[in-house]
Design a protein. Structure first.
Length: 515
């Protein structure tokens, strides 16, 4: 029997961000490995016209939870959705709910965050810093609390090249930032944002760093630990390979490439692609929860959940494998054949943007106009290239994360726990993982049927023929125009023709002779 699984039995667990990518996989694993847990409280807000209950039902009815429901058929009874909005100062939790949470919770997993790189600083501070502070305050009033696990990001200090498992101080105290967000107006915040974030690339990484400082400063008397995952990708093994449900990290760009919209990327092929499967993150997080509660380390331990130092993959290799997978498993109704160039040169990127992105988009929109339809490709391309520019920072650099605490924790696990809560990234086979990732995107994100693969392959063949035809026509038109306007081009043309003629006559002569 797994010690960690047994530890969560009978426990009341509070999860924030349970409706997010990581939160769902965390809940699923808890139900599957500790079906005798008491209850999972999840802080949820209504969204997209759905009530809390509807959101929970939708999550539990998804394919992700099929295995968990076999092991724990009464999952519906074990989940308690609590209305909350972490954007509100009091988190908008009712008094009754608050009482129950405070008196019953044993473990807190704080996953909720805004992960948008370009969020307004006020909003990012509210969610990633102030809400963390409020939750720590709540946690300090929980008599039965055994551990508080905060999910941060390995990129919270991405202004450094080598990152240790420590909290690095931010130049301005989080409390000052929180206070100033309350009275500064949006225009002033916009103006001071670049100065505040300094050498951090965006408001997300900056506020995640502030959030860690808050944990250090205000979680002093609690049993706290921080998990820092790098770029979280689809599941590796559990509950099944390739599960993913949002566009974050590489997923969106893999779709854009597979659909033939994205054909070039400013990326450094030899930079480390520090992707980490979400099930590895979840396994480590649960192991950290157990260790923190049972061992009660004297200081706040930070755990890096990264792949680069133990089993590195590189963007070039990843891109190559993604493209190879599209040969076998193409996406349906592609705009162009998937083929992408990784280049680290800005000039080449601009050239490819003009030729491979803007020109086809403009031509296609022209065709849509001609056929009486609404043009949309240039707008889509605009949004895509904006997104790419936001991600470029992360695909042109490499970082080194030390993983001493994570390795120490692995050594403390029994062989059974190492199997059930496996976070040993050295066992991951990248080629297999990437193939399953692409397949997972096709099935779970794009909801495409596998039976459509032969038709998708036919479509790609048609696109290839159109591509060759188009290029040949373009070449002939350009050549014809050049011939009409330039004596030099005509001379070159006649030289080539006469050279070919002589070359052919040379071969014809011996044959004539033989006869
Ligand atoms: C040698 C041979 C080679 C061969 C070569 C072949 C190569 C080819 C193969 C290529 C594949 C392999 C390479 C992969 C590289 C991956 C890099 C990943 C780096 C990630 C680093 C993460 C590090 C930090 C980790 C963390 O710790 S945090 C977790 C990560 N956090 C995020 O990933 C949030 C991103 N997102 C946003 O930050 C916002 O989304 C925002 C984008 C600002 C827009 O923001 P905005 O303009 O305001 O507008 P939206 O409404 O949001 O979006 C507007 C529209 O763009 C859509 N869209 C949102 N997102 C994405 C997304 N990703 N990708 C695509 N589309 C997206 C959205 O659906 C909407 O489309 P629509 O619905 O309108 O049609
Ligand atoms: N994905 C990644 O690549 C990485 C993620 N991380 C960290 O992992 C954690 C989880 O990320 P991930 O699951 O990918 O992110 P998602 O965007 O998928 O999920 C975010 C979660 O936070 C919730 N949330 C956001 N705003 C509020 C609010 N105002 N009130 C209540 N809940 C709110 C969302 O709820 P709702 O469904 O209502 O929007 C959702 O459940 C984050 O802390 C992130 O920083 C770290 C490294 C990489």
């Amino acid at each position: 029997m797994s010690t960690i699984a047994a530890f969560y039995g009978g426990k009341s667990i509070l999860i924030t961000g349970a409706t997010g990518f990581l939160g769902k996989v965390l809940m699923e694993k808890l139900f599957r490995t500790s079906p005798d847990l008491k209850v999972i409280y999840i802080l949820v807000r209504p969204k997209a016209g759905q009530t809390l209950q509807q959101r929970v039902v939708q999550i539990l009815n998804s394919k992700l939870f099929e295995k968990a429901k076999e092991v724990c058929p009464n999952v519906h009874e074990k989940i308690r959705a609590v209305y909350a909005d972490l954007n509100q100062n009091d988190l908008a939790i009712s008094k009754g709910d608050m009482q129950e949470l405070l008196s019953c919770t044993n473990i807190v997993f704080h996953c909720a965050a805004t992960v948008r790189f370009n969020d307004h600083l006020r909003h990012a501070v509210q969610l990633n810093v102030t809400a963390t502070q409020k939750l720590l305050l709540m946690a300090s009033q929980m008599p039965k609390l055994e551990a508080f696990i905060h999910i941060s990001t390995a990129f919270s200090n991405c202004n450094l090249k080598h990152i240790d498992e420590v909290i690095y101080p931010c130049p301005v105290e989080p409390k000052k930032i929180i206070d100033s967000m309350e009275w500064l107006d949006d225009a002033i915040i916009d103006e001071i944002t670049p100065k505040l974030i300094g050498d951090q690339p965006n408001t997300y990484t900056y506020t995640k760093a502030l959030g860690e400082m808050v944990v250090q400063q205000e979680g002093g008397n609690l049993n706290v630990a921080i998990v820092r995952p790098s770029i979280v990708g689809a599941t590796w093994q559990e509950p099944f390979p390739g599960w993913v449900d949002n566009l974050n990290g590489p997923s969106g760009l893999i779709i854009a490439t597979g659909k033939g919209f994205l054909r070039a990327l400013r990326a450094t092929p030899m930079a480390v692609a520090d992707v980490i499967p979400v099930d590895i993150v979840v396994n480590l997080t649960l192991a950290v929860g157990w260790y923190t509660a049972v061992q009660r380390p004297k200081s706040t331990l930070i755990y890096h959940c990264t792949s680069g130092n133990l089993n590195p993959c590189y963007w070039g290799k990843m891109g190559f494998q993604v493209l190879a997978t599209f040969e076998k498993i193409p996406f349906e109704r592609a705009f162009r054949r998937p083929n992408a160039d990784l280049t680290s040169n800005t000039f080449t990127t601009q050239y490819w943007n003009a030729v491979s992105h803007w020109a086809p988009a403009i031509i296609y929109d022209f065709y849509l106009r001609l056929t009486g339809r609404k043009p949309r490709m240039t707008k889509l391309m605009n949004r895509l290239l904006r997104t790419v520019s936001m991600l470029e920072y992360f695909i042109n650099r490499s970082w080194e994360w030390s993983t001493c605490n994570t390795e120490m924790l692995m050594s403390k696990l029994s062989p059974e726990d190492q199997r059930v809560f496996n976070f040993d990234v050295r066992q991951l086979n990248w080629l297999e993982y990437i193939e399953n990732y692409v397949l997972g995107i096709k099935k779970y994100l794009l909801k495409e049927d596998m039976a459509g693969i032969p038709e998708a392959k036919q479509h790609l063949k048609r696109l290839r023929n159109i591509h060759y035809l188009f290029n040949t026509a373009l070449f002939l038109i350009a050549w014809r125009l050049l011939m009409a306007r330039s004596q030099m081009a005509r001379n070159v043309w006649f030289f080539i023709v006469s050279f070919c003629y002589k070359f052919l006559s040379y071969f014809r002569a011996p044959r004539t002779l033989k006869i």
